[in-house]
Design a protein around this ligand. Structure first.
Ligand SMILES: C[S@@+](CC[C@H](N)C(=O)[O-])C[C@H]1O[C@@H](n2cnc3c(N)ncnc32)[C@H](O)[C@@H]1O
Length: 227
């Protein structure tokens, strides 16, 4: 099946971004290796083996605002942040150091790679917040969320665990809801609650969402529960 082939996503075109300052270079040299699991042979061989308690996974954390907030507010939970974009990684590392956080691990690269490594039922919560929309119909196939990703996440999320998804693009929301319904393994109480237009308290705004709101777009917020 075509979707099974791990083709690089177009997003990686800008995965480098603007050059790092001297301080950022230093952070990347000294601090990043302490929390980086993307090059860890141990992690690849035996992922999560030395972690106790819940593990959450944030895919495409961008500027790391949400990742850092969750880590600070849930100190007993290990949160793995995945992001290909170097400038996002640097922001996360800086936040970890500035706030003295001890519960963040970082994976620089394509989320699909780390998901392939993760054991079955090993993750309690997954966050995919405001993924790149790829709005033109002919670009839809580049969207991160598709049938294959939903199946792979279904494998790694524990029963009763959640996939949290947000978007400001109604077409992407429709796209995801259709695929979630078709998958049939995630529960969403659409008819009972109209809460998908209200941001939950434990869902801090990111710079991306702030921009969307400034530009007059509404955010849509979902928790899909694996049953
Ligand atoms: C529109 S931004 C949203 C960032 C952040 N979640 C927020 O709400 O502010 C989408 C992010 O997903 C990242 N991304 C795209 N493809 C990815 C992939 N295959 N694996 C992990 N992250 C990815 C991008 O680099 C980008 O930072």
């Amino acid at each position: 099946m075509k979707e099974n082939i791990l083709k690089p996503l177009r997003t990686f075109g800008r995965s480098k971004g603007k050059p790092l300052s001297t301080n950022q270079e230093l952070l990347m040299q000294k601090e990043y290796p302490k929390i980086d699991i993307s090059k860890s042979v141990e992690f690849a061989k035996n992922p999560l083996s030395n972690i106790e308690g819940e593990v959450w996974l944030e895919i495409g954390f961008g500027g790391a605002e949400h990742l850092l907030w969750q880590a600070k507010n849930n100190p007993d939970i290990t949160i793995i942040g995945v992001e290909p974009f170097l400038n996002g990684i640097v922001k996360a590392v800086k936040g970890v150091v500035d706030q003295g956080l001890r519960n963040i691990l970082l994976y620089r690269g394509d989320a699909r790679q780390i998901i392939n490594l993760l054991p079955d039922s090993s993750i309690n919560r997954v966050f995919i917040l405001f993924p790149d929309p790829w709005q033109k119909k002919r670009h839809n196939k580049r969207r991160l969320i598709n049938e294959k990703l939903l199946s792979d996440l279904y494998r790694v999320i524990q029963k009763g665990g959640a996939l949290r998804f947000g978007s400001d693009i109604t077409d992407y929301v429709d796209w995801v809801l259709t695929k979630i319904k078709r998958h049939n393994g995630y529960e969403w109480h659409a008819s009972e609650r109209k809460d998908w237009m209200e941001r939950p308290e434990n869902w801090p705004k990111t710079r991306y969402l702030e921009k969307a709101l400034r530009e007059g777009r509404q955010g849509y917020f979902f928790d899909f529960i694996k049953f």
